[in-house]
Design a protein around this ligand. Structure first.
Ligand SMILES: *Cc1c(COP(=O)(O)O)cnc(C)c1O
Length: 361
């Protein structure tokens, strides 16, 4: 929780309580937070008052009890720790580093993670070698360590001592918190399903390297519009639902959406770069493929990419090479054989994941 009124201001200032200015209360005095909360509580204890919180002139929340308001403010304060560039974020990172240097359990965990990732890298090399020199995508396979629901200390360990740069996350809020406290030398990948409401936050992550889950024109236009000027170009993959499962997001491989989205990225989005296509695929197919069969989802994605490359060349006269983001813990060697340029590996590096409710960064 921030102790410094200057830092409180940065997140409290967009909010205004009717009846009195929250902002002024926070910023003029050097009042300790608890004192401030107490005075706030006593101010609104009178039940005849309505306490509405406004943002940009719009009512966003009404509080009927002091406890409600307290809780809301405390949760906002907790989030402030995760604003990039603040003293709090820097402190949180120092704490992580200190833990890595002094805590035996954390050190053992770091060693285990480094060994795990070395194993995965060896499997990637073997799969590449087995596929030969004509593999789609050539010699390049980028390993994305999928750190969703795993603590930031795991990421620091792999980044600092395991030489790992690319990390993947599924939830925007979790990614936001992690990126704020972790080094900007990390390249983040967003691989989770993308809600329109979260696009704005995602676009503002400067060291976000790629978004793998593009599935609509609306979302690419929003990403392009909300990506701040001067930030690096954001790579995007269009997610294709190769298995046709209702539970999976992604565009229909046979529909018109794919071509529309690709066109908009290429022609209307100067802040985005079309990197390629992504699929998750059906679990059953990944298991079948383990017994020596070719994974149908990966084969499908290759076909869709080839069709798209040909169409871009014939209609627009441009030769492009699309990268494929496919392959997870259970099936990445097969994906590499079939031409994956990016593999997304989580549990075989980090172990089983906790539930979302139990996870803490
Ligand atoms: C979680 C996740 C992964 C990693 O899965 P593992 O089986 O743990 O390797 C890869 N891709 C996506 C889209 C994911 O959500």
């Amino acid at each position: 929780m921030p102790r410094n009124p200057r830092h409180l201001r940065s997140f409290i200032s967009p909010y205004k309580l009717t009846g009195f200015q929250l902002h002024r209360q926070y910023c003029t005095g050097r009042t300790a937070i608890s004192q401030f909360l107490n005075s706030l509580t006593s101010l609104i204890r009178r039940p005849q008052h309505h306490h509405n919180l406004h943002r940009h002139g719009q009512r966003i929340k009404a509080f009927t009890t002091p406890q409600d308001l307290n809780q809301f403010i405390r949760s906002k304060m907790a989030d402030a720790e995760y604003e990039p560039g603040t003293e709090e974020a820097a402190k949180a990172f120092l704490k992580l580093q200190e833990k890595l240097q002094t805590d035996l359990e954390t050190q053992q965990r770091a060693q285990e993670l480094v060994l795990n990732i070395q194993d995965i890298r060896a499997s990637i090399s073997a799969a590449k070698a087995g596929a030969g020199t004509h593999r789609r995508g050539g010699d390049e396979v980028v390993l994305i360590a999928v750190s969703k629901l795993k603590p930031a200390s795991d990421i620091v360990a792999l980044h600092a001592t395991g030489g790992q740069t690319h990390f993947g996350e599924n939830y925007v809020q979790e990614l936001w918190k992690k990126h704020a406290i972790l080094p900007s030398t990390i390249s983040w990948h967003f691989i989770g399903s993308l809600q329109s409401s979260a696009v704005s936050k995602l676009a503002k992550i400067e060291n976000l390297y790629a978004v793998h889950s593009i599935d609509s024109v609306k979302k690419v236009l929003a990403l392009n519009r909300l990506r701040p000027d001067g930030f690096p170009i954001l790579n995007v993959f269009v997610q294709v639902n190769t298995s046709g499962e209702k539970s999976k997001s992604g565009v229909d491989p046979d529909g018109d959406d794919l071509w529309d989205i690709v066109g908009v990225i290429r022609k209307e989005c100067p802040k985005l770069r079309l990197m390629g296509l992504m699929t998750i695929g059906a679990i059953a197919r990944s298991q079948a493929a383990k017994e020596g069969e070719e994974n149908e989802d990966f084969a499908r994605l290759v076909k869709v990419a080839e069709g798209l490359e040909q169409r871009i060349e014939s209609e627009e006269g441009e030769k492009v090479e699309l990268k494929l983001s496919m392959g997870m813990s259970d099936d990445f060697p097969g994906a590499i054989t079939m031409g994956a340029g990016y593999v997304r590996v989580g549990s075989s590096i980090f172990g089983a994941r906790p539930s979302k409710a139990e996870a803490s960064i």
